[in-house]
Design a protein around this ligand. Sequence first.
Ligand code: CA
Length: 270
Amino acid sequence: MSRDSAHNAARRGAESQRPSGAVARAGRRALLVVEDERHLADGLRFNLEAEGYQVQVAETGEEALEAFAGGAPSFDAMVLDVMLPGKDGFTVISELRQAGQFIPTLILTARGHPDDVLKGFAAGADDYLTKPFDLAILIARIRGLLRRSEWVRSEAKAPLPQRPKDRFTFADKTVDFNLLELRVKDHVFPLTLMEMNVLRYLIQHESETVSRKKMLEQVWGLHEDTDTRAIDNFIVRLRRYLEDDPARPRHLLTVRGLGYRFVANPVKTD
Ligand code: CA
């Protein structure tokens, strides 16, 4: 698809979306948009600002990484194009995750590259849209990302006595849903929002087999034809954190042909 069709889609979306801007304005959340196509970036900035967001645009991967250099997180979410000059979106997200930066991130992938979605999730992305996209859908997805992180933040900020202990302990591991952490013995693994959401969903359905499709619908709110292998990347990542031997999982089991099952207390077989 041409640049113009993406841009026009953004413009069309703007016309239908703008009136709702006042609702979002209260929050004034900050977004980093990483997009090298200037007129698409300008269109996104214009429309997202109309929705009440503060928007900063980076045109290259290097520029995006620079925006995070210096410590304190200054953005609430990031929209990240994959195809960028220099460092591409996959490199940007994996470098940020390695540096301990867990900003909620939605990647923009080119249609016709389904593997990009899987690569993006493997690199640490939380959500994705294919280009050209509908602006209304992008805004809904950004809201979804922010809502989930907002919730985490408000829980963490709440005064201690009122703060519900949102933890789950199994075997020698503790998941802290507020802090987005998994503790295994003395080790603390920080989790991305999506890793935590996947884990939470599986824990909530302990001992049940849940299908990949169900998880994509319930965790991401995706109803379209998404490649369900996307979920496998999250399972692989989670197994690395919480299985003693990720190749022989005892908690996050694959149910062949059906999906996955979380088992808190597996029966010892050896
Ligand atoms: Ca691009």
